[in-house]
Design a protein around this ligand. Sequence first.
Ligand code: SF4
Length: 105
Amino acid sequence: MPARQEEDGPWHAEAVCRRDEAGLFFAPSKEPTAARLSREEAAKRVCARCPVMVACREHALLQPEPYGVWGGLTAAERRVVLARRRRRAAELRQTPGAGTIAAAG
Ligand code: SF4
């Protein structure tokens, strides 16, 4: 999670990446694939010990944030999650009574 998002909610103040590791979270231009994969894994390790990972991830999904590692997910991984959510929402809309069950449960 980059320091550029100063206007975010209270979760932002507890972000582990705020201190000194923001350079891990975004790709420099023309980054070779092996370097990108290594950097992203390092960023994910930081996210794994971050107390606000869930809030950060949801923020990045809702924006949506198009670049960088947020909440332990790369941009490509977030696109997969969003596609899955859209598919699931469409399935629920086509399932009679699904909204009733969800509301009751
Ligand atoms: S989950 Fe990762 S990107 Fe998000 S605030 Fe924490 S360390 Fe930063």
